[in-house]
Design a protein around this ligand. Sequence first.
Ligand code: UDP
Length: 331
Amino acid sequence: MSILVAGGAGYIGSHMVARLVEQHQDVVVVDNLSTGHKKAIDPQAKFYEGDVRDHDFLNHVFESESIDAVVHFAAFSIVPESMEKPLKYFDNNTGGMITLLEAMHDHDVKKIVFSSTAATYGVPESIPIKETDSQEPINPYGESKLMMEKMMHWADVAYGIHFVALRYFNVAGAKPDGSIGEDHGPETHLVPIIMQVAQGKRDELSIFGDDYDTPDGTNVRDYVHVMDLADAHILALKYLNEGNDSRAFNLGSSTGFSNKQMLEAAREVTGKEIPAKLAPRRPGDPDSLVAASDNARTILGWKPQFDDVHEIIKTAWKWHSTHPNGYDDRK
Ligand code: UDP
């Protein structure tokens, strides 16, 4: 039996595939390569190029392979882009979940682990954020993912498809051997942008706002290493295999770092100056997002290995400094 990884050519998906392959699992990857990279997919995984919104394509994959469970990463994930193009997010993210759940139902696949997000909470009612806190997204990206969580809930009620929704906070870093890492075009995320400034590929970092309600005025985020995230997905599959009920888990380090603190940490790790300037606020950014992730630790048995942002940044730097052009496959 194989694990189907939808979006396995993307940043987080490719690290998940690498981890599953390390554990001798049979892996089937589905990806339309709209933002992912073929070179990021472990060669031991079987790859089908296609779109999760494509009924016939998914049916073909489910008919050709013996799929035991699905791990779903195939989605757009850029908050500012979602503010400008909301329908793109509802079409791909929310629409993709409909087809995927239909295909699972048609082929009697009953387990899905889903890549959800802290953005489903919107402006937190308190910090750290608990899974039971209210979910009122303030951007279309978060809304599209909340709708996907709700679809899984009703598919569970109707068809008995059990799910785990993993609500990530900020993911960063790369596989420690530097063989795969983060490569978005255009890049919008803080850590890879800081790495690009350190590499000399950008002149400076723009810090989006310093008048937030946080200790140094810049946004506070909770960073998790991408391999620790992959491990949480593997534990979530185990949780579902053991017959447990559907539920959501936060995945964070429970410690917040401000944008200025991340910049300082990156200066220490890289030994580079990394020039930065203040820029206006970016729409859709809550002041702070920090997770209460005790449930993932106690119920799933999750033990993140990277508990220091310097260590996370060190792995990101290894990938960026050895792959100055990322996967070097842009058309
Ligand atoms: N950020 C920034 N400059 C950049 C990119 C991001 O100041 O060039 C800030 C952004 O406003 C947010 C934090 O870095 O406060 C993390 O943003 P990112 O896009 O990495 O992740 P998000 O929190 O949106 O998922």
